[in-house]
Design a protein around this ligand. Structure first.
Ligand code: DGL
Length: 261
């Protein structure tokens, strides 16, 4: 395909469900003229409590479908799928820019002198080798406390962002860390930024909250620019939402999350 045609193909954004919309929002902010196809695998969510093999298989299957539609790059807007599959995906598709999100441990560990940093993520993200290596890299600079959060993404998948059940769940999950007992929290799953206000309320107002969405979007911009693949369009790009569940409410929820600030 000619470079000019390639430039105008959409960017694919993949997640296990609706959470990756938090990354898509950042992409649309810094690359507003690109077209996007967002694919959420809500039928098989959550990924974070599955086995490594299952997450790899599901990720390869859906990414394969996305590539078959013709896309010029892929953002894996899922920390869990990134830890399970990004390396293998890059091996399988060597010519395509593939950017995967990972927990924003680096900015959190460096924002002040030796902070205590709570990392909220799925059980798989925390268990995987990729996260262990990330933690090792910063453990001299910060006290890093990994916290698996099974059950948290399900609230966001249901569109429950502020309910009493979520508040109760977070109060229990974070009971040891309330009242500003940590300096920072990393939202290491792309669903969690949609519960940021409640997480902040439970942890305390002085806690700095980090997530990897913006950094991931910046990295995709850098990669596309490096490959001379940025769209030449001047009008606003289009976003197409797809989901493995044939449920119009899922698409509706994605749109609502995309439009929320
Ligand atoms: N949104 C995903 C992540 O960033 C995973 C949630 C899940 O499917 O468990 O890790």
């Amino acid at each position: 395909m000619e470079k000019e045609q390639l430039r105008e193909l959409p960017v694919a954004v993949f997640d296990s469900g609706v959470g990756g919309v938090s990354v898509l929002r950042e992409l649309a902010k810094i690359l507003p003229n690109e077209n996007y196809i967002y694919y959420g695998d809500s039928r098989h969510a959550p990924y974070g409590t599955k086995t490594l093999e299952e997450v790899r298989r599901l990720t390869f299957e859906h990414v394969g479908e996305l590539f078959a539609c013709g896309v010029k790059g892929l953002v894996i807007a899922c920390n869990t799928a990134t830890s399970a599959a990004v390396r293998l995906l890059r091996e399988r598709y060597p010519g395509v820019p593939i950017v995967g999100i990972e927990p924003a441990v680096k900015p959190a560990a460096c924002f002040k002198e030796h902070p205590s940093v709570l990392v909220l993520a799925t059980p798989m993200t925390i268990r995987e080798e990729k996260f262990r290596r990330l933690m090792e890299r910063y453990e001299d600079q910060a006290r890093i406390i990994p916290l698996p959060c099974p059950g948290l993404m399900e609230f966001i998948e249901r569109g429950d962002l502020r309910g009493e059940d979520l508040r109760l769940y977070l109060s229990k999950l974070l009971s040891e860390y309330r009242e500003n007992r940590v300096d920072a929290a990393v939202l290491g799953c792309t669903h969690y930024p949609f519960a940021k206000d409640l997480i902040q309320e439970v942890l305390g107002s002085k806690v700095r909250i980090f997530d990897g969405g913006e950094g991931t979007a910046r990295e995709m911009k850098r990669r596309l620019a490096g490959e001379d693949l940025l769209s030449g369009r001047t009008e606003k790009g289009r976003v197409e939402f797809r989901n493995s569940l044939p449920d119009p409410e899922k698409i509706e929820l994605c749109r609502k999350l995309f439009d929320s600030v």
